[in-house]
Design a protein around this ligand. Structure first.
Ligand code: PLP
Length: 400
């Protein structure tokens, strides 16, 4: 076979996608698997989005879109940034792409040269490091350990920045830990960043509306306006509005950076589906009550899962402020052997044995850069969570 490009050599297949596929393979064999591996809301896309997409298609809004997004959608996004984040972005400071993932990919491609460094608080969403490597740049993880509530400490951030640092990536509420930053914690991060004017800051606010117990979401450009001309504020429709399959992400940032991202958009896509853009404009401008209603449901699920996991010997589960994940510590279970005779040396061994023997799909902490942990997505029904927690408890009780 002719050769594949070298740049793919260090880029891995997403571990959560791999686990989801493994779960599907078992399901295809007739096994009743409970999949808690994918970060995907189980709710339906709001009807006003579906109706607007349908109306756009019927009205013939089916031609190539502008590369930076339709004016109607960019104006709706500008209103969203003002309403939710108190941020003033003009429509010309906003660009749309096929998911938050594509926005981040295009931003990295638009800015990173080989050897540039990107500081990534760890554990982190799987794709950040792979996207950075794709550009020939170097991911620099900064540990945010469990004893710090999985949060980024100012001194650890400061120590990680070098003259080669091109970006700091922020993602709070966080995938995989669910940790969120208070205003004071974000202010401390901002203070460090004011000292390093050569560094861009990308804040991935995908989970902004999934936050519980009155914890208030904040985003860095609003907390420290002096940083705004170096900040790319990224968000999307997938998690907040249960629109993962529609594929739409967006960002606000300084005009030159936005223009560069739009330029990359023009080469790796022909713009984002016009039908999706009409749907997202409608949902952003429509009633927002569903965000609170759904957050209340996620909170009930989080409390249930944290309580149930807390009853299991050897599992230490932190109660996260947001997102729809928990990230339990399984250090006490390492070195044991499962009922099926599998030795658990790592968190990868743990999740594979759990899937094969008790048919619950989760993702190993190693995939997010921190071990020994595993990630559970609780974006599923209480019945399934109840059954899954029972199976995890049974599996752990069988470890000798
Ligand atoms: N950012 C984070 C932190 C995520 O967890 C995900 C999806 O899991 C994304 C971005 C991607 O979102 P999108 O569906 O908009 O590409």
């Amino acid at each position: 076979m002719p050769a594949i490009a070298d740049r793919l050599q260090n880029v891995s297949v997403s571990a959560s996608a791999a686990m989801t596929q493994r779960a599907r393979d078992l399901t295809a064999k007739g096994i009743k698997v409970i999949s808690l591996s994918s970060g995907e809301p189980d709710f339906a896309t709001p009807a006003n989005a579906v109706e607007a997409g349908y109306a756009a298609a019927l009205a013939g809004d089916t031609k190539y879109p502008p590369l930076d997004g339709t004016p109607a959608l960019r104006q709706a996004i500008a209103r969203k940034f003002k309403r939710d984040n108190n941020l003033d972005y003009d429509a010309s400071e906003i660009v749309v792409a096929g998911g938050g993932k594509q926005i981040i990919f295009n931003a990295v491609m638009a800015t990173c040269n080989p050897g540039d460094e990107v500081v990534i608080p760890s554990p982190s969403w799987i794709s950040y490091a792979d996207i950075v490597k794709f550009a020939g740049a170097v991911p620099v993880p900064v540990d945010c350990p469990q004893q710090n509530g999985f949060k980024l400490r100012a001194e650890d951030l400061d120590a990680a920045i070098t003259p080669r640092t091109k970006w700091l990536f922020l993602n709070f509420p966080n995938n995989p830990t669910g940790a969120a930053c208070s205003r004071a914690e974000m202010k401390a991060i901002a203070e460090v960043m004011l000292k390093h004017p050569h560094v861009w800051i990308m804040t991935d606010d995908m989970y902004e509306h999934l936050i519980y117990d009155g914890f208030e979401f904040c985003t860095i450009a609003e907390v420290e306006p002096r940083l705004k001309d170096r900040v790319l504020t990224v968000n999307g429709a997938s998690k907040a509005y249960a629109m993962t399959g529609w594929r739409l992400g967006f960002c606000g940032g300084p005009k030159d950076l936005i223009k560069a991202i739009s330029n990359v958009n023009g080469q790796n896509s022909g713009g984002t589906s016009t039908i999706t853009q009409a749907a997202v404009a409608a949902v952003l401008d429509g009633p927002q009550d569903l965000l609170k209603e759904r957050a209340a449901i996620y909170k009930t699920r989080r409390d249930f899962v944290v309580d149930r996991l807390g009853e299991i010997d050897g599992v230490r589960c932190h109660k996260p402020e947001g997102a729809f994940y928990v990230f339990p510590n399984i250090a006490e279970l390492i070195g044991r052997t499962s009922k099926g005779g599998r030795r658990i040396e790592t968190d990868t061994d743990f999740v594979l044995a759990l899937l094969d023997e008790h048919h619950v799909a989760t993702v190993q902490g190693a995939a997010y850069g921190m071990s020994p942990f595993f990630r559970i997505s609780y974006a599923t029904s209480m019945e399934r969570l109840d059954e899954a927690c029972g199976r995890v408890a049974e599996f752990c009780a069988g470890l000798r």
